[in-house]
Design a protein around this ligand. Sequence first.
Ligand code: HEC
Ligand code: HEC
Ligand code: HEC
Ligand code: HEC
Ligand code: HEC
Length: 223
Amino acid sequence: MSKIENKDENGSMDGAGEGTGGDPKDDKGLGLGVIFFLVAFLVCFLSGWLLFPKLLYSKREQPFNFDHVLHTQEAGDCETCHFLREDGTFSGMPNLESCMECHTDEPMGETEDEAIFASEYVAKEKEVPWFVYSKQPDCVFFSHAAHINAAGMDCKSCHGPIGESTTSKPYEENRITGYSRDIWGQNIWGIKKHSWDRMKMDDCAACHKEETGHQGYCFQCHK
Ligand code: HEC
Ligand code: HEC
Ligand code: HEC
Ligand code: HEC
Ligand code: HEC
């Protein structure tokens, strides 16, 4: 049976496969080859989608943990620490001086985080080098006033639930571009579940188009 088939095959190939065709070992070889290919494909695929993002981003912890829930209660509201100045600029991260309205170099509580804060920063009068999750590249101009006042947006729609957290999440930096992961997205598949999952140029422009009918000119966001 197989002999006839081989004859046909070899015949049509002008005898090019002479001596190699028809060996039952070859079928097995092909089967193994397919399995090998599938396994290799799976390994590459999984490392690409699962491992690569892990390698691509380096995680760094904030200097010490900051509890937003506790502090919003103590301070009364978000604006005590993050506010728009008279001239419309945004205060951003609170400085050490504003923390020292309540904190001295003597910790009030027992936590290790407060002890680090008191001894390493308050006592030494050193500003805390916070990582900014939403940090855009220098070429991008962003105005909080336009979004908070003019557009009436809340913090969460861009930053997510940071203000409702009791722990500071690690800062993840893209090793190639230096971008924060909050800009290029938590989800490697590009799926966006929340408005704050990503803050790339297209995401800014998409909302501008929706809200103002125009995605904006380059010079609005690039100076
Ligand atoms: C309105 C007063 C107030 C201000 C302003 C304030 N804190 Fe606190 N902070 C507190 C109180 C009260 C506690 C609770 C102390 C305790 O554990 O009993 C606390 C606790 C802490 C802790 C330890 C909390 C924990 O759970 O680990 C850290 C760290 C800390 N503050 C850092 C800061 C920093 C940094 C700033 C400035 C950006 C700041 N605080 C501004 C009142 C304040
Ligand atoms: C006592 C001062 C204080 C108060 C009150 C406070 N924050 Fe903060 N906020 C901080 C400090 C310090 C950081 C930096 C540490 C961190 O990221 O956890 C921070 C970081 C943030 C960030 C991260 C920005 C970025 O891109 O890295 C957001 C968003 C934020 N705060 C929102 C809020 C909101 C919303 C509220 C009110 C519910 C609030 N904060 C109340 C002190 C404060
Ligand atoms: C339209 C989206 C948007 C909204 C709404 C918004 N932010 Fe931001 N925020 C950003 C972007 C983008 C940056 C980074 C700006 C940059 O790097 O130039 C940022 C940066 C910050 C920072 C870090 C500033 C620094 O020192 O570098 C803090 C703190 C912050 N925002 C808090 C808030 C708070 C509190 C609110 C609500 C009152 C708020 N944001 C509302 C998009 C937004
Ligand atoms: C969820 C919606 C939304 C997102 C996301 C958003 N914006 Fe906006 N932005 C607005 C709206 C609405 C206005 C118009 C406010 C007004 O009426 O002046 C605006 C205004 C602006 C302005 C002022 C334009 C001008 O000509 O005065 C700048 C600059 C800007 N956005 C930059 C950005 C950047 C950069 C990002 C991304 C990091 C961003 N925005 C993300 C809604 C958004
Ligand atoms: C709505 C605001 C907005 C508008 C309008 C806009 N950009 Fe951007 N652009 C951004 C933001 C935010 C980033 C950084 C995040 C990213 O790379 O997606 C960026 C990044 C870029 C970069 C990459 C810079 C880098 O260092 O990675 C280039 C190039 C660029 N923009 C060109 C343009 C050009 C050309 C236009 C006009 C056709 C334009 N942009 C209009 C917000 C905007």
